[in-house]
Design a protein around this ligand. Structure first.
Ligand SMILES: O=C(O)[C@H](O)COP(=O)(O)O
Length: 314
């Protein structure tokens, strides 16, 4: 039987190659390829694997008759035109099972770091300042954590939070009966009333873009801590700046930004960034929540299982 052919256009951990061979696929990897070059070579492949770098849409694939699946080696599907892929009958496979543990652990770590002033205290000791009272922290124990979105990432975080004695409330617009040992299912109204710490685990879509704006933040009854490991575009940064100025938001963990190329921030993006970066109650990290040595490989394992399950043949 001729092997099925798969084109990999974004950088991947090398474990993907033996895994694809094992399930009968031939892989061609061109991680530095340009968009225009992809347009000239995608014909004849049955599979296309990307991470977040390449946008997959009609402009790229046109009426390609051979591609049967797009494998997204990761969680977010915001670089895929899902309407176009559905219309074409092309399967979309994600691999969020591969980086959910990394995201769950990161969210716990970053949240504890923020609540215990670890980045600030560490910085101070390095400059010979031994300050205890100014670094008195607060505990996660008994806090109510509101999760928006209860997919792989939300569940991984909830599982860990429950071990810290938190009351976890999860709101998921697209799920029913998702309460379990780690969370109670809640409405958005419940979250507005009860949340101490809000964490976002939703995809970036037209509906969620700038969902977290001033109006939204003002609806929380308590002064909240915001954790964003999802996508930067979901939060309006100028509105977050305002909400922090009034202490409506009293701390933030931001692993993602609307524009993650810091040297190309627009004046508005730069103004918000410059304000937030000066605050000790904000932790910024460069989109590393899902980024571990283990997840690098586990993403491939998850994707390969799904490719295999398609049972494609010539
Ligand atoms: O969606 C994801 O899985 C993460 O945000 C990371 O994606 P990337 O490593 O492909 O940029």
């Amino acid at each position: 039987m001729t092997p099925l052919k798969c084109l990999i256009v974004d950088p991947m951990h090398e474990s993907i190659f033996p895994m694809l061979t094992e399930i009968g696929w031939e892989a061609v990897s061109v991680p530095s390829i340009t968009r225009d070059e992809i347009k000239t070579i995608h014909h004849g492949y049955e599979g296309l694997i990307v991470r977040s770098k390449t946008t997959i849409d009609r402009d790229l694939l046109g009426d390609n008759p051979t591609i049967k699946f797009i494998g997204r080696a990761g969680a977010g599907l915001d670089n895929l035109d899902l309407d176009y892929l559905k219309e074409k009958g092309i399967y979309v496979l994600h691999a969020s099972e591969g980086n959910r543990d990394a995201v769950g652990e990161y969210a716990i770590g970053a949240l504890l770091s923020l609540m215990r002033n670890i980045p600030k205290a560490n910085r101070e000791v390095r400059t010979m300042i031994w300050e205890r009272e100014g670094n008195r922290g607060e505990e996660l124990m008994d806090k109510t954590v509101g999760l928006i979105g209860y997919g792989n990432m939300g569940q991984a975080f909830a599982k860990r939070l429950s071990g810290f004695g938190c009351n976890v409330l999860a709101y998921d617009k697209y799920k029913t009966a998702y309460a379990n040992a780690y969370c109670k299912a809640a409405s958005m109204e419940d979250l507005f009333v009860e949340t101490d710490i809000l964490s976002l685990h939703i995809p970036l879509t037209a509906e969620t873009k700038k969902l977290v704006d001033r109006n939204f933040l003002d609806r929380f009854k308590k002064r909240i801590i915001l954790v964003n490991t999802a996508r930067g575009e979901i939060v309006s940064l100028p509105d977050l700046v305002q909400a922090m100025a009034t202490s409506q938001v009293r701390g933030a963990v931001l692993d993602v930004l609307e524009n993650e190329k810091l040297n190309t921030l627009t004046p508005i993006q730069k103004e918000s960034f410059d304000t937030l970066i000066k605050k000790d109650n904000v932790i910024f990290t460069p989109h590393i929540a899902g980024w571990t040595y283990e997840s690098h490989v586990k993403i491939n394992v998850a994707l390969i299982q799904k490719i295999k399950a398609l049972e494609l043949v010539h």
